[in-house]
Structure formats: C-alpha cells, structure tokens
Design a binder for this molecule. Sequence first.
Ligand code: UDX
Length: 437
Amino acid sequence: MKISVIGCGYLGAVHAASMAELGHEVIGIDVDPARIESLQQGIAPFHEPGFDALLKKNASRLTFITDMSAAAGASVHFVAVGTPQAADGSADMTYVNGAIEGLLPYLAEGDLVVGKSTVPVGTAERLSELVTPTGAILMWNPEFLREGFAVEDTLSPDRLVYGVPEGTDGDTATAALDQVYAEILAKDTPRLVMNFATAELVKVAANSFLATKISFINAMAEIADVTGANVTQLADAIGYDTRIGRRFLNAGIGFGGGCLPKDIRGFVARAEELGVGEALSFLKDVDDINLRRRARVVDVLAEELGDLSGKTIAVWGISFKPDSDDIRDSPALDIAETLARSGAKVVSADPEGWKPAQARVERAGLSASLTTTSDHRAATTGADALVIATEWNVFQNEDATAIGELMAQKLVVDGRNCLDADAWKAAGFRYRGMGRA
Ligand code: UDX
C-alpha cells in the first residue's frame, strides 16, 4: 500500500520506517528541513536502537519530504505530529490541527486518515467533521511505543487499538488498517476496536497508570527514608503479587521525557474542561511526588556536603532514560541545573544526551557552572560527590574502586537505585540511595 506519515519525530519517523519494513511504500512528511534531509540520507536524527538499520534496510520504499502535496496518491495517511504541553498544562493542538488542515486538499474519496498523536479526548470527533466531507474516513490508532524500544514496540506491539466512527465507515476503516498491519496481526497481536473517545482515553489512561505506579513507589521511598526501610526490597516483595507486578516499581528520581509528565498534565486539564476535574485530582499528587524526587537529591547532597556553593559535583546521566538522547523534561538535567544554580560546579556526563544538552545549558545561561561531556570518568575527576541520574549500563558496570580514586571525596548519591550498594561501600564510598539509606 502507499502510505503517508505526517510528522517525523520519534513517533512518526519510526512509524514510517516500520511501515516500509512491513512492505509498504511510505512518504514521510515533516516541516523541519534538517530532519527530512537527515532521514532521506538514511541517518537517524536521534538516538534510537535499531532505527538506523531499519532506515537503511528499507531505503528503497522510503521517501522523506517537506512538501505536504506528496501525500496525494497515498491511500492511508498517519498523523504523528507532537502535542507538546501548553503554558496552562493542556495539550497544544497547533501541530495536529495544522497537519489535518494541510492534508485536507490532498485527500481522496476512500482514503483513510489515522491519528496516532496523543490528544485530548474529543479531538477525533471534532477532526472527523473536517475529514468526512473529503470522502476520507478518520480513525484514531494510539501508539504506545517506549523510547529505546521504539522499533520493537512498533513492529511487535502488546496490542493494537482502533478508535473508529460508528456504522459502516467504522467497518471500512477497520478493514483498511487491518491490511496495513496484516503482518503484525498475523502474529496474534490483540486488536481492540472501540469508539473515538475510548481509544483516545486508552492512551492517556495507560500513561497515567504508569506514572501513578512510579509515584506510588516513590511515595514509599519517602516513607522508607524516615523509617530505615529499604524501598527496593519492598518493591521486590509487593511485586511478586501478580496483581501488582514488579515492573515500573523502581524508585528513584522519578519520571521524565516527552510523554508521561505532559500527558498527565494534559489529562488533568481536559478533565477540568469537562467538569470532572475531581476524578483526576490524584494525578496532581502523582506529579507533585514526582517533582519532589528531584529536590530530594539536592537535599541529600546538602545533608552530606553542607553548603553546595563551590562544591564540585559529577552527575552521571543527562537523558531522561538510558539508551536515549532525549532530554525533554529530564530529571537528570533538571537536577544538574538546580545544582549549578545553587553555586556548585557541575559536570554532567552521558553517552548520548551530552550533545543536545549543550545548547539547552547555554540557553539557560548556565555554561559557566554546568558542563556536559560523554566521558563520565573525566567528569568525575576531582569531584566532591557523584550523582547517578540515568541508569545507563556503562555507569552500573563501573568499577567503584577506580572511580573512588578519581574523586576528592568518596560520596555517591544513587538517584536510580541501580548500583551495587555493597560494592560501592566496600570501595570506601558513603552510599546514599533513594529510599534505601
Ligand atoms: C512512555 C510509555 O512507557 C509509553 O508506553 C508511551 O507510549 C510513551 O511514554 P517513554 O517516555 O519512552 O514511554 O519512557 P518510559 O520507559 O515509560 O519511562 C518514563 C520515565 O519513567 C523515565 O524517566 C524512567 O526513568 C522513569 N521510570 C520508569 C522510573 O522512574 N521508574 C520505573 O520503574 C520506570
């Protein structure tokens, strides 16, 4: 099939290459010429394991272009543009609205428009009124991919969710998307068909649940810190109950990235608009608990070092999670910036995130007190303290004795509870975890 993908960020670019992998002829469209140029050359504009290889392997079926008119002639159009957080916490719909309006002149009778972006409930209903007069059908097919596993999650998802209009249009849309995903469905992937509102809610409900799970265990970490309990052992013990499950119960400096923080805030804003804000008031606590984790690291450092002004602090980790260069709402970078603002000299190291962080640090006017590097050992030389802020394998596998020899003081604050505490203590470190003293 001939497919267009509007929006070539993490979601759209991976989706475009994955659709080509399924054998379709794909046109990826984005307004950013540099991004398109890079993708057209087969070079991933961001770090995502397996994505470069997928682009190269499917180059003959992939075209990337800035011109929306290239969507004409495709029978299925995926809309995968971003919905960033607006100043009031709600989802900024500028790009989704712009993509649909831009696409309308190129739609033909019988085309399928498939929304993938995370949107406030009610959006698909509104947009279908714009799309239907062209003879095309709109449906919503939310995406659940995790960064770092984007290719795997797109080609082998846990489930497919189709939000469809009522009546025969819904059946037609379902049949058409089944054709696009035939290879995925052949692997017995569950496929759930539902109305627009349910499909839109599935996405934000899933992310809200995940955020709540992380904040729940981080709330337990707060209690553990004042009682001498160990939150990792607590998570292991409750996680054996299959109703609870161990995944997403890692306490630490909390969640960040381009999805969970903005999605829970957007969901709260939408519920308030709908007059049911109370139903989601707990998500404000989830957000507050999460942001307190970042402050906790700074407090622990102050407990250990006193006034942080003039102290040298190495921070391992800049990206919001390992195997990613994404620094959007990264707890690691946020902590480094707070430390720099409090007068410390901070060196942040990350295998990938150090590059995008440089420009942001400059914009924030913090270049004098916060430097970024890919060399975590160099970052640690002469430091009074080491903070582990992103759990890259290369950090977890470090030799505590060798690191201790580089430092002015052997103090480690394990913001991701990912180190072997006993090994670091044996190497002479004062070890401080999150909820596991
Ligand atoms: C998330 C959802 O997982 C995905 O389904 C959705 O499509 C997009 O949002 P992603 O943003 O890639 O994916 O990151 P995720 O792996 O969910 O991690 C989010 C944040 O939570 C990271 O900062 C991570 O460090 C943190 N986290 C995760 C914890 O602090 N503890 C955990 O136990 C798990």
